[in-house]
Every structure is written in structure tokens, then in C-alpha cells.
Design a protein around this ligand. Sequence first.
Ligand code: NAP
Length: 294
Amino acid sequence: MKPKVAIVGCGIVGPALGKLLSQSGYGIIGVASRTLASAEKTAHFIGISNYTDDPLYISKDADIIFITTPDSAIKAVCEKIAKSCGLSSGSIVTHCSGALSSEILSSAHTCGAYIASLHPLQSFASVENALKIIPGSYFSFEGDKEAIPILKQIIKDLEGIELEISTEGKVLYHAAASVASNFLITLMNLALDICGLIGISRSNAFKALLPLIQGSLKNIESVGIPAALTGPIARGDVEIVKSHIASLESEDPRLSYLYKILALYTINVALAKGTLKQDKANELRSILSTSQIF
Ligand SMILES: NC(=O)c1ccc[n+]([C@@H]2O[C@H](COP(=O)([O-])OP(=O)(O)OC[C@H]3O[C@@H](n4cnc5c(N)ncnc54)[C@H](OP(=O)(O)O)[C@@H]3O)[C@@H](O)[C@H]2O)c1
């Protein structure tokens, strides 16, 4: 018998999880949302009849409760359910936030329930998109040890891939995901800004740089890091790096500052690759060191 599931929060992730878990044989005993309209739409989508705007109507009968509200509402929703003892002892309450750990659900312990977080390491534009890309996605998870076997079973049934993390590590896990996803956009924007300084339009710059980026991603995939690193820092070409800094500095000191910070970090990657020797690394460090803050 698969666990009985309740879903609280009918935006993108809640309906998608409900549909996929239902297709995998889980009984979805009900869905709740802030508005009845969203709950009703989701119930129809999943193919169930039980929907409500009060999570207490569905939480008590569930073996696992997914709180898939926006992050800012998770704690209050859980506290509201726990305060009315709307959880059965031994049930599991989980949320899908990447930024928050299971500890935010600690009010559920007062009812004898276990707590966990289960985060799909993905970005979903819509429910339809989520249905397509959840299978094959990584899912990080952490929480009470009693909850872990069920989380692993759910990940398997969703055709996801497990990534177990510690509760204490959740914040750094999310920082890493933000660096990989958000800062990639920031880096691209930085390159477009620099192209703008020599009169290349953003759209042309984007088209021209895209194959370079895609090639770098392919190299990372095929040979890994640090082997995929190329360029002047990997080669220890101090003069080229100096010329980059001088040109950026003359245009906009904020650009040279960013360049220096990233280049300093890149020295470690180049040393690990083995193509940058220690004496060149020291030279690079001395020209890149900066105390300037903007
Ligand atoms: N979307 C993503 O790419 C993604 C990826 C990974 C993880 N996540 C995580 O998954 C969770 C859900 O994200 P989402 O993108 O599905 O959010 P969302 O589209 O903003 O939907 C959340 C839904 O929760 C409902 N809600 C708001 N406050 C509520 C409350 N107090 N009680 C009950 N329901 C409430 C709202 O329903 P009404 O329509 O009824 O107002 C809203 O539609 C979040 O923790 C998020 O961090 C999202």
C-alpha cells in the first residue's frame, strides 16, 4: 500500500506532484489551497473530488502532507495545522522549498508527526512543464530519519534522482544552486555589458556568445572541472590578464572589480588543472588583489 497524500498549496509544484504521484498509484486524499478556485482546478486536474480551502479537512487522514505554498507561507500553514492537531501520529509533513530546511516544520512534532523537505532541483515555468521535467530531475531531501525511506520511495516513483543532504547543509545547498543558476545569468549579463562598451548590441552579443557558452558546458560535461578551464588564467598569461583589467578599469571600475574577484577564484581552478604554475599564480594574485568595494 502506498502512502495517502494530501497537498496544501495549488500553484505549480503541488498539482504536478499530485498528478504524478496519483499516476504512480498513490492515493491523493485531497487538495487544499488559499482559494477554493485553485483547489477545485487542481482536484479536477488530478482526477479527485476532495478539495478545500482549509487544510485541516484533509491533513488528518494523510500519511504524507506536502505543503507546496510559497516559501513565505509554509511555516504558518504548518503551525495552523499542528495547533489544531490536524496531523496523525507517525505521518510526515514535507515542503518543497530549496531555501528552507525541514526545521521550519518543527511545530508538526507536537502532533507526533515527522518532518522533512523534498526539493526538486529544477525551475518549473508551469504545471505542464513540471510534469515533463520532474522525471529525471534531482531531488534533495533531508529531515527526520523516520521520513527518509518514504521520501526515497517517492523520488523513485517520480523517476527522480536522489540527493541526500544534511539539515544543517540546506542553506549552503541553496547557495550553490543559486550560484549555478542565477549567477550564470549574471555572468552572461556582464559579458553583454562589456560587448556594449565596444558597440555590439545585446542581441548580437548574445547570439555570438551562445555557442561559446554551450561549448564550455559541453566541455564541463565531457572532461569535467578543472580540465574544462581554458583561457589566459589557465595558461598563466599575466600580460593578457593585465590588459583586460586596464581596459575594464578605464571604462568602469565596477567591471574591473568583478573581473578581478572572479579571476582570483579562477586561479584556484587553474592550479587544480595543473596548467598554471605557482610562480605565475602568485604574479596573477598580486595584480588581481583589490580592496576596492563598490
Ligand atoms: N516553481 C518552481 O520552479 C519550484 C521549483 C522547486 C521548488 N519549488 C518550491 O515549491 C513550492 C511551491 O512553489 P510553486 O512554484 O508551486 O508556488 P506558486 O505557483 O506560487 O503556488 C503556490 C500556491 O500556494 C497557494 N497558497 C498561498 N498561500 C497559501 C496558504 N496560506 N495556504 C494554502 N495555500 C496557499 C496559492 O494558491 P491560491 O492560488 O489558492 O492563492 C498558490 O497558488 C515552494 O516552496 C517553492 O519554493 C518551486
